[in-house]
Design a protein around this ligand. Structure first.
Ligand code: XIL
Length: 632
């Protein structure tokens, strides 16, 4: 890691003077990715790759993705056999790596996937990086995915395998890279200290509990929801075999940090293994009495084990998830659960959960509950169940929304609807996509979308706080934009739906929740400025920084002079995209000839190198053209 850290600094130094300054408003550019693994097979060797078993790996010039060489893999006798590469000394725990490989079959077609095998205490686990993707002999197919190691391991290898055949294939141009994490901002308010009406939580995987991610989670959030680790496929992959290896470390982290846990989810139609819905004869279940009894028995056994395993450590459960389909006359989703048991799976699930956990809050959770037809169907179901005595304590609103939908009025109607029932309400999976339709895709989040998003967070949190008497928890579906399910749903494209960006820094969305005055634009004809100061890299005695000046008024600047005072004795040694003068602690930066013009709503960014001793605190006050600025 030492070598990598040095590499990171070198790369930044080389890249930094090229950093473009935009006069238009733009998000602060992400740091340059660092490549830690490249296998191009151009030197006629296997470059350290090895088979997972007795298959044959050899350099090949038969086909190549780039250049003239690739790696051929033949003599496979099982689909899991394939090329693998040791990354134990390369991958660092808590860092998110993007791994990319090109694959092509020698003949015929199949699906290929990219995975990581890791072992701890001799026990192997297999993590999928890129799922089954069609590959042929007619051309190269790219498999790309992200991987974050969250545990200590003694064995770590990436590998490629196929889904159904054992034919020969080729791989080429393998890379692994990461974007260096930045230190978290410790000087900004904690979300959980600002919003005290209800716990604010985040959905997590193991990766969110370690290193900088773990610090960010602990600083801001009072509740966590394992995003996948408690689903049926994770906890009972085969009948009556319960595994808690994914979830246990997350619950232990929450316990150690005094953080509440929402359990998600006991019953769902997705991420439930196929065996659950097969009858005693191995055939898909149908609406027979036998199948119904078998299915309800499996359900009861599952809930007794999973809820019982955690007991009071999990205070809230999404007992059933997404059971409504408002397009059906009866409002019920036609899942196998419903077609085999009718409403009895819901009744059984709540009854058993209550028996196992008398003190827990039991929720029914769904999406699009802001849509009138959906919320009315959910309301009718919850009313009926409660009248029957089914212990539904709470309605969970997922709130997967976007920057232009839904309106606050519809969201208010959603909350208002359930007030007469006297149930708790929770916001369970909130994120705010920057996209307004599946046709859109941006290489980087546009500034206007990020601002729109900040207003949505501002308005929705204001609404939630207004309903503080009903709402008992608000959870965001992720910690930071580096790890969000919306990167692949509903289509693959980079999204940015959360409060913190891909390098864990607070976005305008964060300020929308914590202090909206920081993001509100001043009225027409006015002047104003906002400054974002960041340390983008740091090493003994030196650091690299970036300072962005934003014109938050409507009057354009024809030039700008930025000042601040260092409080830790730092000195700017070199600056680009501006001119610097320092006298004692006082630093003055003026625009260059080409970035002085900044329209209202626009910004300019300068980068610099500095020296420090003892400490490197960020300056807390800035002026532009003599006016004190908001500090973001
Ligand atoms: C998502 C997870 O975030 C993804 O990692 C997974 O691949 C699919 O499921 N509604 C839910 C959540 O109730 O369980 C889903 O979580 C998002 C939609």
């Amino acid at each position: 890691m030492r070598a990598l850290a040095r590499l990171a600094v070198t790369t930044l130094l080389v890249a930094a003077p090229l950093t473009a300054v935009t006069a238009a408003a733009s998000a602060v550019a992400d740091p340059t990715p660092i490549t830690v693994l490249t296998s191009d097979f151009e030197d006629g060797t296997v470059q350290g790759w090895a088979g997972r078993s007795a298959e044959t790996l050899a350099p090949s010039t038969t086909v190549a993705h780039g250049g003239t060489g690739s790696l051929s893999v033949s003599g496979r006798t099982a689909t899991w056999q394939g090329p693998s590469f040791d990354v134990l000394d390369t991958f660092v725990k808590g860092t998110a790596y993007t791994i990319s490989v090109w694959v092509r079959t020698a003949s015929g077609s199949d699906n290929a996937r990219l995975s990581v095998e890791r072992r701890t205490g001799g026990v192997a686990a297999y993590d999928q990086v890129a799922g089954n993707t069609a590959v042929t002999s007619g051309g190269w197919t790219n498999l790309t995915g992200r991987y974050t190691l969250a545990t200590d391991v003694e064995f770590l290898r990436i590998y490629v395998e196929t889904a159904s055949t054992t034919g020969a294939f080729f791989i080429d141009d393998v890379t692994a890279s990461y974007v260096p994490a930045l230190p978290i901002q410790t000087g900004i308010p904690s979300v959980k200290d600002v919003v005290t009406e209800f716990p604010v939580g985040a959905a997590i995987t193991g990766a969110e509990t370690v290193t900088e991610h773990g610090q960010l989670l602990a600083k801001h959030f009072a509740s966590v929801t394992p995003g996948n680790a408690l689903k049926w496929d994770a906890t009972e992959p085969s009948e009556n075999t319960f595994t808690y290896t994914q979830a246990d470390p997350l619950i232990a982290w929450a316990k150690a940090h005094g953080t509440a846990v929402r359990g998600h989810t006991l019953v769902w139609h997705n991420q439930t293994p196929a065996w659950v819905f097969l009858g005693a004869d191995g055939q898909p279940m149908t609406a027979t009495a036998e199948d119904k009894e078998l299915l309800l028995g499996r359900l009861e056994n599952h809930i007794r084990n999973v809820a019982g395993h955690y007991g009071d450590d999990i205070g809230v459960w999404d007992v059933v998830n997404e059971v409504i389909d408002e397009s059906q006359a009866d409002g019920m989703r036609r899942s196998t659960w419903f077609t085999v048991t009718g409403l009895d799976y819901i009744r059984t699930a709540f009854r058993v959960a209550r028996e196992v956990l008398p003190a827990a809050t039991l929720c029914i959770n769904d999406y699009n509950t802001n849509v009138a037809a959906k919320r009315d169907a959910l309301f009718a179901l919850v009313s009926q169940l409660r009248t029957e005595g089914v212990p539904v304590d709470c309605v969970g609103h997922q709130m997967h929304i976007n920057v232009s939908w839904p309106s606050v009025a519809d969201t208010r109607a959603m909350l208002q609807k359930f007030v007469p029932l006297g149930v708790e309400q929770q916001i369970t999976e909130m994120d705010v996509s920057i996209y307004t339709g599946s046709g859109e895709s941006f290489p980087a989040p546009p500034a206007d979308r990020l601002l729109q998003q900040a207003y949505v967070y501002r308005d929705m949190f204001a609404l939630f706080r207004e309903f503080a008497g009903e709402i008992t928890s608000v959870t965001l579906w992720g910690l930071a934009d580096d790890n969000t399910w919306l990167d692949t749903f509903p289509v693959t494209r980079k999204d940015a739906p959360l409060l913190f960006d891909t390098v864990l820094q607070a976005k305008s969305a964060y300020w929308g929740v914590v202090d909206p005055s920081k993001i509100e634009q001043t009225p027409p004809g006015t002047s104003g400025c906002a400054v974002t100061y960041r340390v983008t890299g740091s090493w003994t005695g030196g650091f690299q920084g970036e300072v962005k000046v934003a014109n938050t008024g409507t009057t354009a600047w024809t030039g700008w002079t930025l000042t601040w005072a260092f409080t830790g004795g730092q000195t700017v040694t070199q600056l680009w995209n501006g001119t610097v003068a320092q006298s004692g602690t006082a630093v003055t930066v003026t625009n260059t000839s080409w970035n002085g013009a900044v329209a209202g709503g626009g910004s300019a960014t300068a980068g610099f190198l500095g020296s420090w001793t003892g400490g490197n605190p960020a300056p807390t006050a800035f002026t532009v053209n003599g006016t004190a600025c908001t500090v973001l």
